[in-house]
Write a protein that binds this ligand. Structure first.
Ligand code: FES
Length: 108
């Protein structure tokens, strides 16, 4: 089962600068590109560096530790050394609030 969580107001996110947000045990990297918002897991799949601290190039964020570039829309790495994707979250904006959908319970 998934649930929507507010991670901030749209005005709190600077365009083109990532921001780390924690919701329970989830650590997310949120990116604002123009007026669209994207959320991926904040821990790089290679060696756990914070992707929220990476530099953005269009829709790619460069891991600050070893330079793999992840697509903020999908979490998929486009360059080595990372080979595995990070999780990508659904994002919605409702009345100026940035909402992220997180799986809170595994359905059987
Ligand atoms: S920690 Fe991100 S590429 Fe190595």
């Amino acid at each position: 089962m998934s649930e929507w969580f507010k991670v901030g107001k749209t005005t709190e996110f600077d365009p083109s600068i990532g921001r780390r947000v924690e919701v329970g045990e989830h650590r997310l990297a949120i990116f604002r590109i123009e007026d669209d918002f994207y959320a991926i897991g904040d821990r790089c799949s290679h060696a756990e560096a914070s992707l929220a601290e990476g530099e953005l190039f269009e829709f790619g964020v460069e891991c600050p530790r070893h330079g793999s570039e992840f697509d903020v829309r999908t979490g998929v790495p486009g360059s080595l050394p990372a080979t595995r994707p990070v999780v990508s979250y659904e994002v919605s904006v409702v009345d100026g609030d940035v909402m992220v959908s997180l799986v809170t319970e595994v359905e059987e």
